[in-house]
Design a protein around this ligand. Structure first.
Ligand SMILES: [Zn+2]
Length: 750
């Protein structure tokens, strides 16, 4: 037994007579301390169903010694010992004379200990201590008991507060507080559910502009209480410097890193959360005005939105932060920055009267004043977390903390966008012709997909296909997690635009030159598997395959260089393990078949199909000239830029590309396309045919230096020609590569 209590002993059946004296004798023999029967109080002596139970507690000068006891269980008939356990304080017994002197010189006596005067003096001390508590400083009731603790006469006071219990120990000999702790009452979390109009999928179909109806749905898990951070909730962090040269996600987690003030988004977030937890709670209800802050989502307006004029409610800083980087001198510094609380909701009726309006110009101020986008985003986030929880996302902390949404990032260069960063999903402003992404659940679910990956696959996950830790797998998985939620919500029912999702594609592995397109192969393969599983097992299959996906995500947590191969290997491993809901190898065949159909195999001898694009500067790859991050910046001749591209194809071992293949050059309809004026774009797309692997296709490209629209902050237009390879009879390409230009006439010499 451990020595935590001083002397401990356990005596089993029949080893000693079942008497108090026998126990004392044993204790005295083993401790060499002379315990006497007068050192103990008999506290309990009762018959239990199966034994007689006795309990004695050690005391000194009539004051019990903390955590001491002799407990004896004996046979009711034979009196034989069943069990005895001894927890005694040798220390107290050894220094008994000293304690007696202390006790006397402090003028304590049995009567004095119960005196009103002492009681009042202590209660004053305790009340002052409680008053200093951050969140629970009202005394509802107070009770105490006195006992010896490690040679000190201690009054242990238990104070009931409004939200929990304070335990405070006061040394009566030293007349000061020696220990304190606080525990909140265990409580089941309380949430509001209110009804509101929302879009179950989205407001409009991106490809056709078709508008879909909204419906009344529940907004679940709205917090009943919120931490009230006042007017400067993050003031504590004003004076703390989070500089780039102290940023290190790994070192920030180590003792040595901490001692040198290294930090990461994760460590900064924990500091903010701790700080916010100290703020007092305030009821979040219709009386005070309800905010959409809940278990899974907090909705905030982007701090940059203060630049808008015409918002008709006060912009109060929220306790939820985003990280803002600024340049201070020569260095970049991060600052946790408060969002802004949204519009207060005063009744369910007002929510039901709140109808979405699709404004032709997407005016952000009108949208802020309406409050509908807040409702929609709250709904979208909550649905995802609730659904994933349903399907096995039950990991402590990871599955229970809210994501923070920030609406209306006013940055012009971020227009028509939604993005995930460090536990936040962010929405921007929109051009007239594009959908409002805050009203587009699959987009919300895609961004949150990044968030769920971030949480489950870990902050230290690296991708083999990109140095920045951001790969095609990340995009494909985010699409796939969104797809899982779409399936969960619709059970396979059709809706306009369903077939336009990026994940519904034919894209193969090794046949693209940027992560978004590469992600189509990952997402597409996962989607093929899911579709197969659902057609075989129905909704049950959705749950089982999600269980498998979540487990593979756990098993790849913090993988330093995850590749397509290692991701699918981990899927197969998770599949082989089985789970509470899955049999071992339940999906093995399905996974392997789906991969071969995507130009992928685990066999090292496997030759994939290829699409080779070359131009004057060599081969077009995901890091070559004319790739997304290295667009060609040119001035050209006579107001035009021209390039000749050569395209070659091969079928590979799985015959993934078949001849004759169609090559389409798309100028307008790809994501973010349209800024550059290409020659021939009126007849978009330009269509070619390649008849065999020996065929070399020539694609002449010509672009005007006069931008159609400026889409870059520096006044230039950046755009790409999208080369797509189709197998006969197919509507989605098997291979695709993008060729980027960035043009700025003003930067060119006349
Ligand atoms: Zn993404």
């Amino acid at each position: 037994m451990s020595a935590a209590f001083g002397y401990e002993a356990k005596i089993t059946k029949g080893a000693l007579p079942a008497t108090f004296e026998a126990m004392l004798e044993k204790a005295n023999a083993e401790t060499k301390v002379i315990f006497e029967d007068t050192d103990f109080y008999l506290i309990e002596d009762r018959e239990l169903a199966t034994s007689r139970f006795q309990m004695f507690v050690q005391h000194s000068q009539q004051v019990p010694v903390a955590q001491t006891a002799i407990r004896i269980w004996s046979d009711k008939k034979t009196k034989e010992l069943i069990l005895a356990e001894l927890h005694l304080s040798e220390e107290t017994k050894k220094v008994e004379k000293l304690l007696a002197n202390k006790y006397k010189s402090a003028k304590f006596s049995k009567g004095a200990l119960k005196s009103k005067q002492l009681s009042q003096a202590i209660s004053k001390l305790i009340s002052a201590e409680i008053a200093r508590h951050d969140t629970d400083n009202r005394v509802i009731s107070m009770k105490f008991r006195d006992q010896w603790e490690k040679g000190d006469l201690v009054r242990r006071v238990e104070v009931r507060g409004r939200r929990g219990v304070h335990h405070i120990s006061v040394s009566l000999l030293k007349n000061r507080i020696t220990e304190k702790s606080y525990m909140e009452f265990p409580q089941s979390e309380q949430f509001h559910t209110v009804k509101a109009n929302v879009y179950p999928i989205y407001e409009e179909v991106e490809t056709t502009g078709e508008k879909l109806p909204f419906e009344v749905r529940d907004l679940k898990f709205i917090s009943t209480n919120l931490h009230d951070g006042g007017v400067t909730p993050l003031a504590e962090f004003e004076s703390i410097k989070f500089s780039e040269n102290k940023y290190h996600p790994i070192l920030a987690e180590t003792e040595v890193g901490k001692s040198h003030d290294f930090w990461s988004e994760a460590t900064l977030r924990i500091r903010v959360e701790k700080s916010v937890a100290k703020f007092p709670l305030k009821a979040n209800d219709f009386t005070n005005g309800m905010l959409l802050q809940g278990k899974y989502a907090t909705v905030n307006i982007h701090p940059g939105a203060r630049e808008f004029t015409g918002v008709n409610f006060p912009l109060k800083p929220s306790v939820n932060h985003m990280i803002n980087w600024t340049k201070v001198g020569e260095e970049y510094e991060a600052k946790p920055t408060s969002g802004i609380y949204g519009k207060l909701i005063t009744s369910e009726e007002s929510l039901l009267n709140l109808l979405p309006e699709r404004l032709p110009d997407h005016d952000p101020v009108s949208y802020i004043n309406s409050g509908f986008d807040e409702v929609q985003v709250y709904y979208g986030v909550t649905v995802l977390m609730d659904a994933l929880g349903d399907m096995g996302f039950e990991d402590a902390e990871l599955s229970t903390k809210p994501f923070h949404a920030f609406l209306y990032d006013p940055d012009i260069s971020m227009k028509d966008n939604a993005y995930y960063y460090d536990n936040t999903i962010n929405f921007t402003t929109y051009n007239p012709g594009t959908p409002n992404l805050a009203r587009d659940n699959p987009t919300v679910w895609h961004e949150l997909g990044h968030g769920v990956m971030d949480r489950l696959m870990g902050p230290h996950l690296g991708f083999a296909d990109s140095k920045g830790g951001y790969g095609g797998l990340s995009e494909g998985m985010a699409d796939f997690l969104a797809k899982i939620i779409v399936e969960h919500q619709t059970s396979g029912a059709d809706f306009p635009g369903k077939n336009d999702f990026r994940i519904m594609n034919n894209t193969g592995f090794y046949l693209t030159n940027e992560f978004h397109d590469e992600g189509e192969a990952y997402g597409g393969a996962m989607n093929d598997m899911l579709t197969g599983v659902i057609s075989k097992e129905g909704r049950e299959g959705l749950f089982d395959f999600t269980d498998l996906t979540l487990e593979a995500m756990r098993l790849t947590r913090n993988h330093p260089a995850l590749s397509p191969k290692s991701w699918y290997e981990h899927m197969l491993y998770a599949d082989a393990l089985g789970s509470e809901v899955r049999g071992p190898n339940q999906f093995k065949d399905m996974i392997e078949k789906a991969l071969v159909k995507r130009n992928f195999s685990f066999d090292p001898a496997f030759k994939p199909a290829t699409m080779k694009v070359t131009f004057e500067n060599g081969e077009l790859t995901n890091s070559s000239d004319a790739s997304r991050d290295k667009p060609l910046i040119e001035c050209g001749l006579d107001g035009y830029v021209a390039h000749d591209l050569k395209v070659e194809l091969s079928s590979g071992d799985s015959d993934f590309i078949t001849f004759p293949a169609t090559v389409k050059v798309e100028y307008k309809k790809g994501a973010i396309q349209g800024a550059i004026r290409w020659a021939g774009e009126e007849a978009n797309p330009t269509v070619y045919t390649i008849n065999s692997a020996a065929d070399i296709l020539n694609v002449p490209l010509k672009a005007s230096m006069d931008c159609e629209t400026v889409n870059q902050p520096d006044g230039s237009c950046k755009d790409y020609a999208y080369l797509q390879v189709f197998n006969a009879g197919e509507t989605k390409p098997a291979a695709k590569k993008r060729f980027y230009l960035k043009l700025n006439k003003k930067e060119c010499k006349p």
